[in-house]
Ligand binder design. Structure first.
Ligand SMILES: Cc1ncc(COP(=O)(O)O)c(C=O)c1O
Length: 433
């Protein structure tokens, strides 16, 4: 088990515990598959972000929880109570946040293809800012805004042209990306000009997000410099002083033993120095800085519990261990061979003495949670945990094969509470006519 993961321990019975709670008891009480989150670990990370930003910017910085990583009412309550804002990317995420009582003014609305309904909904609810992705969207927004009695704050999403050395699907800051306005082509400056000339829309600042699961500091520093230089250029060529700079999320986390991300505190501190220097060089005031961490807030605080079913040993080939979930609750191996660590929860104290392919229960050969995974011996009925599944698992879960989505449990102070109930068969046909 990873030493860094304080959420996961082995208790006196040799069982895996999360936040001090025995996972076998959780599996018995709530069933499997089951996402189990350690609430205190989430809160600790939120505080680390607040403290790190406070050290660099005083009151001039704020972390927005990128709720695409894991969205349900309870997580908005938790991060909101820790003083964070939120980034949402659909009416569904916005609705969930508002239903949880999240302050609308601390919500930033993203997306590369927002519908009119979504734009109107966001404006009606009074989100802090809409992050405009493209000019047709800006023009629609300006038209829809006429139905409101106030101006709308916006940020523009910029592609800073930074290669963030991460997986292709989760790299977003380079020119060949569906998100935002490119700097190199002059498109971004044109967008700034048009926004400044658009009635009813207030250009508060810029946004960029260079990718996800980034282990190094340098791409963040480079992006901050590029964005601050662009703010300087805007001031010189358009006479506008922008007050907000959102540098996105993407801070890497550890999934498996070999993963070695730079702690986000170090990255944030270096970014702050670079930003201060560049603002000075450009002769612009230090903007209010936003960051949007998602994965790094929730991922390491969660494990998914499964019940082991069929075991198939194919001599000279491999051993398949099938569990009662799979790509429907965690599609990340199927999507981009994301690596995870697994542990047999009822033998957590024992050596991992075999290598197996962990398979799900979908009618799909690619429905795997990992291949060649070191694991304690396990058989039908054992409880298996896949660790560090807090981000982009529940939120990416699907209903393929009409498999019911698992429940979500939070543990805190030794107690577990259900925060999302398991889907029922009735839920499965709820929208069917
Ligand atoms: C615009 C934006 N902000 C923030 C994030 C969160 O990234 P992460 O979960 O890697 O911190 C993403 C993720 O793709 C994103 O697209």
């Amino acid at each position: 088990m990873k030493k860094a993961e304080k959420s996961f321990t082995v208790n006196g019975r040799g069982h895996l515990a999360i936040g001090g709670v025995d996972t076998l008891e959780l599996a018995g009480q709530f069933g499997t598959p089951l996402y189990v989150f350690d609430e205190e670990a989430i809160r600790r990370t939120c505080r680390r972000y607040r403290e790190a930003l406070g050290r660099s910017y005083g009151e001039g910085g704020l972390a927005l929880y990128a709720s695409k990583a894991f969205s349900c009412k309870e997580i908005y309550r938790i991060v909101g109570s820790e003083g964070l804002g939120a980034d949402v990317v659909s009416a569904g995420e916005l609705y969930t946040a508002l239903e949880a009582g999240f302050v609308a003014a601390k919500i930033y609305y993203h997306g590369n293809n927002k519908t009119d309904d979504e734009l109107l909904f966001a404006m009606e609810k009074g989100v802090g800012a809409i992050v405009v992705d493209n000019l047709p969207e800006l023009r629609r927004l300006a038209k829809l805004r006429q139905r409101m009695d106030r101006d709308q704050d916006v940020l523009l999403r910029i592609k800073p042209g930074i290669d963030a050395h991460t997986h292709n699907y989760i790299r977003t800051g380079q020119i060949d990306s569906k998100f935002g306005f490119a700097l190199e082509t002059g498109e971004a400056l044109e967008a700034v000009r048009e926004t400044l000339g658009t009635e009813g829309v207030r250009l508060r600042g810029l946004h960029c997000h260079i990718g996800s699961q980034i282990f190094d500091t340098q791409p963040f520093v480079d992006a901050a410099r590029v964005m601050a230089r662009f703010m300087g250029e805007i001031r010189r060529s358009c006479g506008a002083t922008l007050t907000t700079l959102n540098l996105g999320g993407g801070f890497g986390v550890q999934y498996i033993e070999g993963d070695d991300p730079v702690p986000f505190e170090e990255t944030l501190a270096e970014v702050a120095v670079a930003l201060r220097e560049t603002c000075k060089e450009e002769g612009i005031p230090q903007p209010f800085v936003l960051v949007e961490p998602g994965r790094s807030i929730v991922n390491s605080a969660c494990a998914t519990l499964y019940t082991v079913g069929a075991r198939k040993e194919i001599p000279g080939v491999r051993t398949y261990v099938s569990v009662d979930g799979g790509m429907t609750d965690n599609p990340r191996y199927a999507l981009y061979q994301a690596q995870y660590e697994a542990v047999v929860a009822n033998r957590a104290g024992e050596e991992r003495n075999e290598h197996v392919t962990l398979a799900g229960k979908c009618c799909e050969s690619g429905d795997l949670l990992g291949e060649d995974m070191p694991l304690q011996h396990c058989d039908s009925g054992d409880i298996l945990a896949v660790l560090c599944t807090g981000a982009y698992n529940f939120s990416m879960a699907s209903g393929y094969n009409r498999i019911r989505r698992p429940a979500v449990v939070m543990v805190k102070d030794g107690l577990a509470r259900l925060v999302v109930r398991r889907e029922t068969l009735e839920d499965i046909v709820r929208c069917d006519i």
